[in-house]
Design a protein around this ligand. Sequence first.
Ligand code: NAD
Length: 324
Amino acid sequence: MSHMSQLHEPHPHRIAIVGVGRVGATFAYALLLSGLVGEIVLINRDHKRAEGEAMDLNHAMPLSETVRIWAGDYPDCAGAAVVVVAAGTAQRPGETRLDLDQRNAAIMADIIPRITAHNQTGILLIATNPVDVLSYVAWQASGWPHQRVIGSGTVLDTARFRYLLGEHLGVDPRSVHAYIVGEHGDSEVPVWSTANVAGMRLDEFCQREDCPLGPEVRERIFHRTRDAAYEIIQRKGSTYYAVAVGLLRIVESILRDQHTVLSVSSLVPGHYGLENIYLSLPTVIGRNGVERVLHLPLDKGETAALRESAGVLRGVLNELDRES
Ligand code: NAD
């Protein structure tokens, strides 16, 4: 599809993916099957890898949806509604997400200007870890309004939390409304105080339905949520399916202007006294990217934990600043 790489016309349904490793390629696959977009361009430092993925994905097309998919380069970001960045190294067993900051911040500083040289109107969606720190770095490097630079944040952690709660409570996880906020990582915070099923706070639900949800059960569910990546990486090397679907959900809400509430990472607009930091809070996502960051009525302990999480992220950003 070499002629496709010459196309620079704006296309409302073009999505560019920069970094076509396990996360980027799995997202491309989910996007192909979704039928949501007309064009998917794959950009990778190792171009051959992107070519291989494009070939493999294209061969699914006669059996699925019609999408133009090709291995391209930065000029192909022109006109993309969303540019998803999943380039960089992933955690190795035993590493935290924050251990990746220097390596991946350098990659981000290299990639973002190459994207914005060809696209000034799209939305940047960052998946590379540590995602909160790198979304901030990407925002600064882009010079774009913060509403159009988003990190996948705790969309994945929130999904894991809802899945585990649904399993424990015996209800569809889509009927569980609960959020993980703060860092996508070790300092993340479960918001128990507003978690509910059918509008019933979990305490009330569990009392009525006679299922235990004491402190020990809560702690176990949260730890399984927070530490899921470590558990998966230990067993299969990396995680990519659930994050790919999370990215798809964010992109869908943007393209269809759905105003879905998703716990993406974005610039906190002063809530809880926090500013100049990227972290996750329930956020209304639409055509313009961040439409609104919701101000959850957190209890005292949750507010303190969120501030602590912001402090951890601020520390990493300051450290990066000193090193650069
Ligand atoms: P991977 O090693 O499989 O893929 C990374 C890809 O990026 C490779 O193909 C590599 O060639 C490419 N790349 C590296 N530097 C590049 C550059 N400068 N320009 C273009 N491409 C470049 O890794 P993965 O498992 O796909 O993970 C990718 C990132 O996503 C990691 O940082 C990982 O921690 C993160 N991740 C995030 C979440 C989340 O919820 N946000 C979940 C899982 C993984």
